[in-house]
Design a protein around this ligand. Structure first.
Ligand SMILES: Nc1ncnc2c1ncn2[C@@H]1O[C@H](COP(=O)(O)OP(=O)(O)O)[C@@H](O)[C@H]1O
Ligand SMILES: [Mg+2]
Length: 370
């Protein structure tokens, strides 16, 4: 017997530096959702934070490279406790309602990947794809994530956390971390925004000013010189089974010293994805195990991409760099590509993710309320 079609809200855009990337990811996710099984309701979050119903503008969105948020689209709001009921404000024509069965948040960075939107979806009591409030927040904040990982004995690059009140100078940071080559980054960001390398007092002061312009918490790390960057996609199914994908390697190309914002998005030849990564089988297995451990340690759910540094001088020396709980999902992004390499096409990947969202929601609603 065929199942009733589900109405899925596709949340994209958002108030972060990764607004445009999210539009590309959302177009790709839309293409991967089976139209025989799902009615898709694209909801664009503007840079001002308003949620807009983008149905009309994206009716033919299946072929589009990027989803758009047409100006003048009706504003919508999910009702707290509404189990998916959404109000659509149609201006002078008044308001209507629309019921969603689940939400797929395709939002990267702060105000989307960090637990804020997840909290709103919890209050709306609707199933949604991916980590909950805690896993999202822990994964977004590099300081919190690294402390949790370190506490569980997982390998992370030595780091210092600075606030405007606890800033240190270059010499102090270099002495504490035992190296002259440092990386400075905002604690809560993504896409390499605000990330710089510093190996002199002058560079360090500039790098800190830059990072502090994005966040009031900044990490200073030991640089893993010439690090190979290996990534692993982790997926949890409806039964709670956690799997790690084959591994991929990012190879920054051209003049990009590291995997910077330009190498990621501006320069089409800025980086190569090598799938599968060339690693000896024991090391690959070790990285997959660490990816699953990282996922569990940070309380991630549904999906996450776990990124590693491997020291080329010493292959057994590897570090968990960071976790992305809503990783890039464009046609050329690592997360879906790695699952394809693992034999899971994107349409099936979406089935697993939505299946997990619905099963988790049912489990949560069965918990005793005291
Ligand atoms: N400690 C480090 N050693 C060497 N390279 C680093 C280090 N930290 C960051 N990088 C480089 O900067 C890039 C972006 O840093 P990352 O911590 O992944 O932040 P984002 O969340 O913005 O992706 C990495 O992909 C890597 O190329
Ligand atoms: Mg990164």
């Amino acid at each position: 017997m065929s199942q009733p079609r589900k109405r899925i809200g596709l949340l994209f855009g958002g108030r972060s530096a990764e607004h445009e990337v999210s539009k590309l990811s959302a177009a790709n996710v839309l293409r991967a959702l089976d139209p025989d099984r799902y009615d898709i309701v694209p909801i664009g979050i503007g840079r001002d934070g308003r949620w807009l119903l983008c149905d009309s503008g994206n009716g033919g969105g299946r072929g589009a490279k990027s989803l758009e948020i047409p100006e003048g689209s009706p504003q919508v709001a999910l009702l707290p406790g509404g189990a998916g009921e959404m109000i659509v404000l149609n201006g002078d024509a008044g308001s209507t309602t629309l019921r969603l069965d689940a939400v797929v948040p395709v939002l990267h960075g702060p105000n989307g990947e960090d637990g804020t939107v997840q909290g709103l979806l919890e209050l709306a009591n609707i199933p949604y794809v991916g980590s909950g409030v805690m896993g999202s927040a822990a994964g977004m904040d590099k300081d919190v994530a690294k402390r949790l990982l370190r506490d569980s004995g997982l390998p992370v690059v030595p780091f210092l956390t600075l606030t405007p009140r606890t800033r240190v100078d270059y010499q102090k940071a270099a002495d504490t971390l035992g190296t002259s080559d440092l990386f400075v980054k905002p604690a809560n960001m993504g896409s390499s925004v605000g990330v710089s390398r510093a190996s002199s007092p002058d560079e360090f002061a500039k790098a800190c000013d830059r990072a502090f312009s994005y966040d009031s918490k900044v990490l200073v790390e030991r640089s893993v010189t010439g690090a190979r960057e290996i990534e692993c996609s982790v997926l949890e199914d409806a039964a709670g089974e956690i799997k790690a994908s084959p591994l991929g390697e990012i190879v920054p190309a051209g003049s990009h010293g590291f995997y910077s914002y330009d190498a990621k998005y501006i320069d089409a030849d800025g980086a190569l994805l090598r799938i599968p990564a060339e690693l000896n089988p024991d090391q690959a297995r070790r990285i997959q195990e660490l990816a699953a451990e990282t996922f569990k340690t940070l309380g991630c759910e549904g999906l996450a991409r776990v990124d590693f540094f491997v020291d080329p001088q010493n292959e057994s020396s590897l570090f968990v760099n960071e976790v992305n709980t809503l990783p890039g999902f464009t046609a050329i992004s690592m997360y879906p590509k790695l699952w394809e390499a693992g034999g899971l096409p994107q349409s099936e990947l979406m089935e697993v993710l939505i299946g997990h969202a619905i099963a988790r929601h049912e489990r949560r609603n069965r918990l005793a309320l005291v």
